[in-house]
Design a protein around this ligand. Structure first.
Ligand code: PTJ
Length: 271
């Protein structure tokens, strides 16, 4: 079997440009970034599939940031700001789509960044490290000398940085499989998840679930962090304590149901 021909695919893609008036231009341009990450070798093929699943949920939500997501973002940013040792975990898809905004958010809330991969390889870790270096940040999770293990987790995600996720009080994960959130919860950590699927195990297990596309969520959280930074600790604690994740997810599901019901009735009423 011949090996995957990156140059062949680059050539194919170079020949196709997305028209400016294409109704789904924005979505297609986001896809290009994930595909580029794949051709560069740091997004895994499974990351392309995961992105497609995210797109499907985004379609149902209406490809917009809805009110429950804003509420969850405020609680998440408040929690990051009051945490002693917050860490933002990054993987291939996150690096491909929002590296710059992740760096901005980390700066605003004083969080560390750590690479943590399901399909872990040295070369992927180095490529992701280099992406963040371009934004002036040294990420954790790249040096085996500082490797600690998350108990009860059997995937490669169990390997974390002793200075980062291992000792973190709050961990933000995005575009993530379900096991790690459960394991991090068992370790007593606060988990914030960004996941377009409100029904995923990650979404249902996290303390704060932001059901939104990471391409909208991270820039919005940077804005929110700039506003909330001026609040007192007790004001931030009140925001966190008032937040109820299960009812927030229920509001997301209601939004999807109402939206689909409205679309169905408008289709039925059309001649
Ligand atoms: O880079 P690695 O090796 O760590 O691998 C990462 C993947 C994404 C392959 C791995 O974590 C995985 O398999 O994830 P899952 O189980 O497919 O879950 C990904 C979740 O993220 C799904 O619930 C998707 O709906 C959601 N998702 C996908 N794209 C986005 C998203 N959520 C927010 N924004 C997106 N752009």
């Amino acid at each position: 079997m011949s090996s995957f021909d990156v140059e062949y695919w680059r050539e194919v893609l170079r020949g196709v440009s997305i028209p400016f008036n294409h109704p789904r231009r924005d979505s297609l341009l986001i896809r290009e970034k994930v595909v580029e990450g794949f051709l560069e070798g740091y997004v895994v093929p499974q990351g392309l599939i995961a992105h497609g699943r995210g797109e499907a949920f985004d379609y149902l939500i209406g490809e917009t940031t809805i009110e429950p997501a804003i509420e969850a973002m405020k609680a998440a940013v408040a929690l990051l700001l009051i945490s002693k040792h917050p860490v933002i975990s990054v993987n291939g898809n996150v690096a491909a789509l929002v590296a710059e905004h992740v760096v901005e958010l980390a700066r605003e809330v004083n969080a560390l960044l750590e690479v943590n991969l399901f399909y872990r390889s040295k070369s992927r870790i180095e490529k992701i490290r280099d992406i963040f270096k371009r934004y002036g940040v040294e990420i954790l999770g790249t040096d085996e000398a500082y490797e600690c293990t998350i108990p009860e987790l059997f995937s490669e995600r169990r390997r974390v940085d002793c200075r980062g996720i291992y000792v973190a009080d709050t961990v933000l994960v995005a575009v993530e499989d379900g096991d790690r959130t459960e394991a991090l919860k068992k370790m007593g950590k606060n988990v914030i998840a960004i996941d377009l699927n409100p029904l995923s195990r990650t979404a249902l297990t996290a303390d704060i679930t932001i059901v939104d596309n990471i391409v909208r969520a991270f820039p919005k959280m940077v804005e929110i962090a700039r506003e909330l930074k001026n609040k007192t600790r007790s004001e931030l604690e009140t925001i966190v304590n008032k937040f109820d994740n299960r009812s927030n997810i229920a509001k997301v599901l209601e939004h999807i149901c109402n939206r689909l019901r409205d679309i169905a009735s408008s289709l039925m009423n059309k001649p």
